[in-house]
Design a protein around this ligand. Sequence first.
Ligand code: BEZ
Length: 211
Amino acid sequence: MSLRLGDPAPNFRANTTIGEIDFYEYLGNSWGVLFSHPADFTPVCTTELGRTALLKDEFAKRNVKVLAVSVDPIEKHHGWVKDINETQNCEVDFPLVADEHREVAGLYDMIHPNASATATVRSLFVIGPDKTIKLTITYPASTGRNFFEVLRVIDSLQLTANHSVATPANWQEGEDVIVVPAVSTEDAIKKFPKGVKVVKPYLRYTPQPNK
Ligand code: BEZ
């Protein structure tokens, strides 16, 4: 069965481009992004891994560790990483799992047989420090993901975890956020000294607390 929000993220041991890892040990107390792509030496995947590498500082700033998965062998991964670095002007230093036996793909339901019987789809999971699933997205093989959107969701998740606020449609860093329904307006006024704008009793905005 597929993993759903709030479910525990399954742990695994795997061979990767930085050696054998235990997923939970690799994550430590960080947030995690685990993402799969169809195959090595494919064009869209090459740009995705390059883009992820170029965003290294953005992931680090948010205390996020990244791990990529595909069902190709480790020697192939090493060769492909050279190509990614060359063509995308980057340095891929996050690990790529060599999931030849599809163990990780199975645990995370990354093969969707009606799309492809053998290749993993573009699955992406954000995992919280509590090792539960916070976000799942699935893209088809032909569409590269928007990694700025992944960072934007992580920002929103971290704001909710740390400040009890939610983010409205199309929210971008620095814009007003929404007081979560669990916090009363009376408590919100005490909690958010920058002010609370009550549009409706259930729709209350406050400036982004961590700005
Ligand atoms: C790719 O991974 O680059 C890809 C896979 C299937 C269709 C188109 C592109």
